[in-house]
Design a protein. Structure first.
Length: 137
């Protein structure tokens, strides 16, 4: 995607001085947790800039077909993610200007890192409890 045509991308949500590891940014990200499954996978797909169709195909491949995002679902989630400053528009595909390229913001990166840790802790807790229950039987 190095041939992305840049567009004007102002963001009122992320100041230019914010870094991905800023403690205040991490706390701000937590207020958006928990994510819906759709938003989670959209953010994960945006570890690299992509357009909508690219996200749809990446999520389907990443989940081995378990999740198939419909365009309406994707663009509805985009509205929320954009309004909350978790993603931003960074340009358009030079081969098809109708395809807008999106990228995760530092706030989105902090949120996805937090969600991964949170979900892993939940899974670990569940596995431990199931293991304890089986040992009692």
């Amino acid at each position: 995607m190095s041939d992305i045509k840049k567009t004007d991308t102002k963001s009122a949500y992320i100041k230019s001085g914010d870094s991905v590891n800023d403690a205040a940014l991490i706390e701000k990200a937590k207020k958006y947790s928990p994510l819906t499954e759709t938003s989670y996978y959209i953010l994960i797909a945006l570890v690299e800039p992509l357009h909508g169709y690219g996200i749809i195909t990446k999520v389907e491949k990443m989940t081995r077909g378990r999740i198939k995002l419909a365009a309406g679902t994707l663009y509805g989630a985009f509205t929320t993610l954009l309004n909350n400053g978790l993603i931003k528009r960074i340009g358009e595909d030079p081969d098809n200007p109708r395809r807008i390229i999106y990228q995760m913001t530092p706030l989105g990166e902090n949120l996805i890192d937090y969600e991964i840790k949170r979900l892993k802790a939940m899974a670990d807790d569940g596995l431990q409890e199931r293991s304890n229950a089986r040992e009692k039987d």
